[in-house]
Design a protein around this ligand. Sequence first.
Ligand SMILES: Nc1nc2c(ncn2[C@@H]2O[C@H](COP(=O)(O)OP(=O)(O)OP(=O)(O)O)[C@@H](O)[C@H]2O)c(=O)[nH]1
Length: 337
Amino acid sequence: MSAQVYLLTGYLGSGKTTLLQKMLAHLRVQDEKVVVVMNEMGEEDIDGEQLQGFGFPVKKLLDGCICCSIRGEMTESLKEVITSINPDKILIETTGVADPIDVIDGLTHPELYEQIEMKGIVSVVDASRFLELNSRFQSTGALVKTIRNQVKYADLLLVNKVDRATGDTLEKVKRKLSEINPNAPLYDTVQSDIDLHTLLSVSRLSENIELRREAVSSVPVQKTIGRMSPMDRLKQSLGLSTGQPSLYNSIETFSYRFKGAVDAGRFEDFLYDLPKNVYRAKGYVQFHGREELISFQHTDNQVHLFPFENHGPKMVAVFIGEGMNRDKIITDLESCY
Ligand SMILES: Nc1nc2c(ncn2[C@@H]2O[C@H](COP(=O)(O)OP(=O)(O)OP(=O)(O)O)[C@@H](O)[C@H]2O)c(=O)[nH]1
């Protein structure tokens, strides 16, 4: 059985730990094995202290961000947690400056991939500060990108601290959030107070989108799915063609189990030729005529292949991207046998 993983993200001070405490209080009364993974940037563990007393193990990753400097540590930590505790649920609270794309990257380590079920990315937004942060950091690209990615890739959005925002501000915040991520449901909250059944039932939007895509391909007429932008709505009302509605604002992942060894040259070409919407590919593979396992990594059109002494891992490939054409990628990969 795989462990269900919930990823809590959101800018500094938005209400993630407050939410985590509510989730733990709720899960304590269920008979479930839960492990918390907390990440803080400094050497001191601040939030971890607030989680003592719930009776669940808390794994702390300090002094670095799981999205970058200690990503490997998170992967190792999760492997160890799964082996030693075999939890039903893993709740991960990221630092306020983590980019969910990078955390997902760490979570899709080929050795981990089949042992976890990514339930969803839950993003907590501070309604009283979002507009200010969004505009103040507009010029400093990296942080704006992170803040927006925390919204863009969320499967569920908590618009928290509504008690500190005026009605007008709240409307503007929600409009902005829906622009960045038209697919994730929004919930207004105070003290991150959300119906926990709803929260725990979160599912990856990319999977829902996949289902909707299949449903659409089986009907002959073209249908519009997802919320249209005001401009597209206007264009439609004028009978003009609209752009594709944004369907892919969600990171998708899928894995592929190799059926045997592949041709080294063809496989390398396959990796270099992966389309741009595949952000990462990684895994373990075996080449014709070679004994050892090869670990491969693909990112930003860079490919690294290196022999891997340990024969433990399975031959598997993991892909991360947006709007990926899974069938085509698998067909291309299978031409490497
Ligand atoms: N007024 C108000 N305060 C809130 C609300 N939600 C949380 N807070 C407070 O905001 C502060 C920060 O909340 P946390 O839950 O620690 O936020 P966080 O996202 O975990 O913060 P970092 O760990 O710094 O990233 C705490 O003092 C909370 O009590 C809310 O809805 N309204």
